[in-house]
Design a protein around this ligand. Structure first.
Ligand SMILES: [Zn+2]
Ligand SMILES: [Zn+2]
Length: 267
């Protein structure tokens, strides 16, 4: 299929999904409940921020407890990518300080439609946003490694730790956090996602970013669930912190395969 063919094909699918008369029965009851009981909360411009921040701190708390237990609990430590390098309290305080400082931001209000998205458009929307976000961050990341001034000024802070732990996820310069936050806000608008899908994408994005840095190779991690090595995940992003010239994509592997920047982890 030619470029134009793909575009028309995608547009047709999108149109069919939007016109679908069979309303999905899974998300509508959830959406009705939220609409009736939490209307004001959901409309608040602060809701997406609170949702992302709460998800992030919930996950970070979980991983940090594991980090603190790992040195004395071999059962946990054996899943760590660097079992001989424990996460220290100074590590935690430094990354936590920058994260809290970066968290303060304001956004415009959200319109709430009557209908929930179909389950299909919910998951397809999240996947679409992940694919677009992955590409944007790949380019940003490559550029900020290849141009020394950009690296020194904006990205080096994130590479201060070459054995990442969960709080390193958002241990970023203001410019990097702004870029990431900007795409996470704009991509669902570009793909015309329902706000429930947008929030799903935001939570999932925070989940996989935190997983990328958590320092554990659990059996339920995304790279162990997605076949054919399509998902880079924890080992590949860990390898990026070890050898910063490789694995620039945050989630999928295809851009690093195509760009010749792919490497496998060596832990
Ligand atoms: Zn990282
Ligand atoms: Zn990097």
């Amino acid at each position: 299929m030619q470029g134009g063919g793909w575009w028309r094909w995608g547009l047709n699918i999108h149109k069919r999904l939007r016109q679908s008369t069979i309303q999905d029965l899974v998300l509508q009851p959830v959406w009705d409940y939220l609409h009736q009981n939490h209307h004001d909360l959901l409309r608040s411009p602060l809701f997406p921020v609170v949702l992302s921040v709460t998800t992030y701190f919930f996950l970070v708390a979980l991983y940090t407890v594991l980090d603190l237990l790992a040195p004395t609990w071999p059962f946990i430590n054996r899943y760590r990518l660097h079992p001989d390098r424990p996460v220290t309290w100074p590590n935690i305080w430094t990354t936590l300080g920058v994260t809290i400082y970066n968290t303060l931001a304001v956004r415009p209000p959200t319109p709430l439609p009557r209908e929930a998205p179909t389950l299909w458009s919910f998951f397809l929307g999240i996947l679409g946003c992940m694919v677009v976000f992955d590409f944007q961050y790949y380019l940003w990341h490559l550029l900020h490694h290849r141009v020394p001034w950009l690296y020194r000024t904006f990205h080096a802070v994130h590479h201060q730790y070459n054995q990442p732990f969960s709080l390193v996820t958002q241990y970023l310069s203001g410019w990097e956090l702004f870029s990431v936050g900007f795409w996470a806000t704009v991509d669902p608008i570009l793909l015309q996602c329902h706000c429930l899908t947008t929030w799903g994408f935001m939570v999932f994005n925070v989940y996989v970013s935190t997983e990328d840095h958590c320092g554990y190779d659990f059996p339920w991690a995304m790279h162990n669930l997605v076949p054919f090595g399509l998902w880079g995940g924890t080992p590949k992003h860990d390898a990026h912190h070890q050898r910063p010239g490789t694995n620039f994509a945050p989630f999928f592997s295809h851009w690093d395969w195509l760009g010749g920047t792919h490497t496998v982890s060596s832990h």
